[in-house]
Design a binder for this molecule. Structure first.
Ligand code: AMP
Ligand code: MG
Length: 287
């Protein structure tokens, strides 16, 4: 059976308004369970690894992966999985927390731009500039007249990255249900290895669930563009989330049309040098 193209399945078409309540966060396609998807997942992992090598060695393009989700939505796990199959030398991860006093004295993109990927690199944002039209809006941290202008500024920023630095931007919303969130909060509470993830605000934030969904729906309608698309990933099942994200990443990189760079040196001459060195080695002229 040929693989489902998750880019087509989960992309938010530019300008389209989606209703998150109508998207099933437990969807897992044709797969019934994790074991079913294992070989497909391994294949994408392999592909990703090769493509990232190519991205790094060609050093012409770069990839920016934006991850957004509600608390316990699986951002950390997705980072771990996405990085797992990559060469760490070619990848950077940045987590965006509450802005510092210094950051608040600047425009909202000031703290973001330095983390945009250099040519050849993959950058992953765990939360991002989108918090400035999400949490900031939901908690009325700035006036509507301020946050409502930010969609356009974000689109301009992402276009700048593309035009000036060949940066391909892809944005994932990891879609979980409130029930799944509560289940994961419970795991955090009962598993000592996860206690550290608990935040004072977790339960308070949950009460704003509907406001967040509305804010996300506006984000998708305003900022899913042909060149920097949003994908809504059903994320109640972690294995399916990882599968979909890695397929989309791999397909996106494949479309960049990358080629191994030509060697910078004269290979024929280096061959001769190698032979000279190996003759000297076997005749005992050098140790
Ligand atoms: P976590 O990702 O769970 O470590 O939490 C980071 C917290 O920082 C979340 O509650 C975010 O909503 C918050 N945060 C991130 N960016 C911003 C921002 N620009 N303004 C206000 N809060 C933010
Ligand atoms: Mg948190």
């Amino acid at each position: 059976m040929s693989d489902v193209d998750y880019r087509k399945r989960f992309v938010v078409e530019p300008g389209k308004r989606v209703k998150l309540a109508k998207i099933d966060p437990s969807y897992c396609g044709k797969h019934l369970a994790e074991e079913d998807a294992r070989s497909e997942a391994e294949r994408y992992g392999h592909k990703l690894n090769k493509l990232q090598d190519l991205l790094y060695s060609e050093a012409r393009h770069s990839l920016l992966i934006v991850l957004q989700a509600m608390d316990a939505g699986g951002k950390d796990g997705t980072v771990r999985h996405a990085i797992g199959s990559m060469n760490p030398m070619g990848a950077d991860v940045t987590a965006f927390k509450q802005p510092t006093a210094e950051e608040l004295k600047h425009d909202f993109l000031w703290r973001v731009h330095p983390h945009a990927p250099a040519k050849g690199m993959v950058a992953i944002f765990n939360r991002s500039h989108y918090e400035d039209v999400l949490v900031v809006r939901v908690h009325k941290l700035v006036k509507k007249s301020v946050w409502s202008k930010r969609y356009e500024l974000i689109n301009d920023f992402e276009r700048l990255l593309r035009h000036e630095n060949n940066t391909q931007v892809i944005k994932f919303f990891l879609h979980i249900s409130p029930e799944e969130q509560l289940k994961r909060f419970h795991e955090r509470l009962t598993d000592p290895a996860r206690n550290w993830k608990i935040s004072e605000d977790d339960y308070k934030e949950r009460e704003y669930w509907d406001d967040y969904m509305k804010a996300y729906e506006d984000v998708f309608a305003e900022t899913s563009t042909r060149h920097a698309p949003w994908y809504i990933i059903p994320a109640n099942h972690k294995w399916f989330r990882n599968l979909a994200v890695s397929q989309i990443e791999a397909a996106t990189m494949e479309d960049l049309g990358m080629k191994m760079p030509k060697p910078q040196v004269n290979l024929a001459r280096i061959h001769q040098e190698y032979h000279r060195a190996s003759e000297a080695q076997s005749s005992g002229t050098v140790k």
